[in-house]
Write a protein that binds this ligand. Structure first.
Ligand SMILES: Cc1cc2nc3c(=O)[nH]c(=O)nc-3n(C[C@H](O)[C@H](O)[C@H](O)COP(=O)(O)O)c2cc1C
Length: 318
């Protein structure tokens, strides 16, 4: 079973990925948040995030997969050319982003209802025989029949795998996943599949594997932001709360150091970045303490609030 870290714009940036990889075991690969074209070139922010110099550990071990988004041959060619020049040979294509600003431009999940645009993307990638391409997608934007209709095309595109999040674009990130529709999709799909969506613990993982025993792997996003030990635990590790609190402190301290080196918006920007991790991290910690962290404005307050939260986390599990 392969474990991929899902792309989470605003969270899994280069600093986060490298520090995560230093502190936690078991990830086979990390997919970056999507790179897009802006004013005729790859957006500057995206160029910085995928720069091999900022991603040394994962780039050199070939476990960083940049993601692109686009719907014309020109756009895709521009993005892939750039990544290819930088030395990337595995690229993921976003057919899943549900944000209205993206989807209404027939990109991300919005492309799923437009087979001609999907064709543009798939014909652009044919120009790179030394690159492996994968797709991350939803079942459809408005209906799961959209994804089904694309399957003949996807089956013939030479993709290394498809990651599927079994919701519709219009569902955003909530509501029941449509596992029945995924059954039908899987039956017709000739490309290895990775499941993505709502894996947060042993039980949710077991349910997925039982229902879809032929998966090549799973991709996990929010579950790892909540519990960075998740993949170690899915691989059989038992880690008590004392040990977890200690390791989390080291992880958070390295994140602080990493972000302080690349951010130049002063203390408040750094604190906001660090505090935002607690929107997901350790949902077991008392809400009051998590809120206190998220409201911190000074680094010293943030750090003492984190110490308090980790103490609460450690003792409430005893
Ligand atoms: C804040 C946020 C940002 C996201 N950014 C991206 C992105 O850049 N590219 C992408 O393919 N998916 C993105 N996703 C979707 C996730 O990769 C993933 O498919 C989704 O969260 C479901 O998986 P999970 O339940 O394991 O989190 C994002 C999701 C969230 C919540």
């Amino acid at each position: 079973m392969k474990y991929y870290f899902a792309p989470l714009q605003g969270y899994t940036d280069a600093v986060y990925r490298e520090v995560f990889e230093k502190h936690f075991k078991g990830m086979d690969a990390y997919v970056t948040p999507f790179c897009r074209v802006e004013r005729g070139e790859m957006r500057w922010h995206d160029q910085k995030d995928i720069n091999p110099e900022r991603n040394q550990g994962l780039f050199t071990s070939h476990r960083l997969i940049p993601q692109i988004i686009g719907n014309t041959e020109e756009e895709v060619t521009l993005l892939v050319d750039k990544l290819h020049q930088l030395g990337y040979r595995a690229i993921n294509i976003n057919f899943g982003c549900p944000f209205p600003m993206i989807a209404k431009k027939q990109k991300g999940a919005g492309i799923l209802a437009c087979p001609d645009k999907v064709e543009n993307v798939l014909s652009a990638i044919k120009k790179y025989p030394d690159c492996s391409f994968s797709v991350k997608m939803r079942l459809g934007m408005e209906s799961s029949s959209e994804g089904m209709q694309l399957l003949p095309m996807l089956n013939n595109a030479g993709l290394s795998h498809i990651t599927i999040h079994p919701r519709l674009g219009k569902d955003q990130y909530k509501g029941e996943m449509d596992l029945q529709a995924l059954d039908s999709f899987q039956k017709e799909c000739k490309v290895p599949l990775l499941f993505n969506g709502d894996i947060v613990d042993q039980q949710t993982m077991e349910e997925v594997v039982k229902r879809f025993p032929n998966l090549e792997g799973v991709m996990i996003g929010r579950g790892l932001l909540m519990n960075p030990f998740l993949v170690e635990e899915l691989n059989g590790a038992t880690i008590d709360r004392t040990e977890k609190a200690k390791r989390l402190r080291a992880f958070l301290s390295d994140l602080q150091e990493g972000y302080s080196m690349v951010m130049n918006g002063g203390e408040i920007q750094l604190v906001q970045k660090l505090a935002s991790l607690w929107e997901y991290l350790l949902p077991d910690v008392e809400k009051r303490l998590r809120k206190k962290i998220m409201k911190s404005r000074k680094l010293s307050d943030y750090n003492s609030n984190v110490v308090e939260a980790l103490r609460d986390y450690k003792t409430s599990g005893e």
